[in-house]
Design a protein around this ligand. Structure first.
Ligand code: C2E
Ligand code: MG
Ligand code: MG
Ligand code: MG
Length: 284
């Protein structure tokens, strides 16, 4: 019986789990080096206005080129950066990169707007780091409304007072707020009333099967109607097929991004898209 119990107990921490844990610790150490050694790069995924079909902005997405392992997905390293607190410095660095690009790109496209993903940790950092972002924009001669912060529902769960005060201060400067992955977290619709939010982002899991799934269509339709009634705009992510695009356009969705248009690409490549668009006749 003792043997069986021992065997059972060992099931809670198997050799493969131990290896995975060691790999995570290793990667967390590498992450600290990575910022100093400039292994990160910000990629940009075009965001299109669905009525006219032109590029209205981009989402900044972080990329890490690990010296041995090659490209590592942010889905893997962002949680590690959150655990170690490194996300605060990393997030500041992303905002700096975005400001430099915006300064340049706004000369080509004065209305261009870039979204930056922010982790809850960045809101709760001791020195209120996010509150320095308006000054950072100002130093680059940028208006507040050139930047959008993408937050997730998990930020709105705790410390509601602190979060809503901070969001209000950022919005007073003109910075916009977008609720990412909408509908996939621990949603309570009441926060849509409490927090000032400018955009709802329909998660790609609701977009992926739009052509085949009645309930996904019903959910997307309801999200669009609700957002508009509350005075918010809607962004659909993960648009991969022409049928998704057509359906979302007909349903009145305002903005979209996805592999149908472009994946996240290096800054130089995004700039090529902007320039190419300027030489084409405008529709809509
Ligand atoms: P997210 O903010 O929801 O970003 C959307 C993800 O979907 C991105 O993955 C993007 O490359 C991917 N995507 C875009 N279009 C399509 C499509 O048509 N089909 C499919 N299947 N996927 C598409 P990525 O770049 O791997 O980023 C994953 C997550 O990592 C992001 O999800 C975001 O939560 C986080 N992340 C990325 N960069 C940052 C950052 O600078 N700071 C923070 N805090 N989080 C970040
Ligand atoms: Mg996002
Ligand atoms: Mg998202
Ligand atoms: Mg997502």
């Amino acid at each position: 019986a003792a043997k069986a119990q021992g065997r059972n107990r060992s099931c809670f921490f198997t050799p493969s789990m131990q290896l995975a844990a060691q790999a995570r610790v290793r990667l967390g150490k590498d992450l600290r080096q990575a910022l100093a050694e400039q292994q990160f790069e910000v990629y940009y995924q075009p965001v299109l206005a669905l009525d006219g079909g032109h590029i209205s902005g981009a989402e900044a997405l972080l990329r890490w080129q690990h010296p041995e392992r090659g490209w590592i997905s942010p889905a893997e390293f962002i949680p590690l950066a959150e655990d170690s607190g490194l996300i605060v410095a990393l997030g500041d660095w992303v905002c700096q990169q975005v400001c430099q690009q915006l300064q340049h790109w706004r000369q080509l496209r004065p209305q261009l707007r870039i979204s930056v993903n922010v982790s809850p940790i960045q809101f709760f950092a001791d020195d209120g780091r996010l509150q320095h972002w308006p000054a950072l924009l100002a130093r680059h001669g940028l208006p507040g409304d050139s930047l959008v912060l993408e937050i997730t529902e998990r930020l709105l769960l705790d410390n509601r007072e602190q979060v809503s005060t901070q969001l209000a201060a950022l919005r007073a400067f003109g910075i916009r707020v977008s609720l990412d992955d909408f509908g996939t977290g621990y949603s309570s619709l009441s926060y849509l009333k409490k927090f000032a939010i400018d955009y709802l982002k329909i998660d790609q899991s609701f977009v992926r099967h739009l052509e085949a799934d009645d309930s996904d269509r019903a959910l997307c339709e309801a999200i669009i109607v609700m957002a508009h009634r509350l005075g918010m705009c809607v962004v659909a992510e993960g648009i991969e097929q022409p049928a998704h695009l057509q359906w979302l356009q007909a349903a009145g969705c305002d903005f979209g991004q996805g592999y149908l248009f472009a994946a996240a690409i290096p800054a130089a490549q995004f700039e090529q898209l902007l320039l190419a668009e300027d030489t084409m006749p405008r529709h809509g």
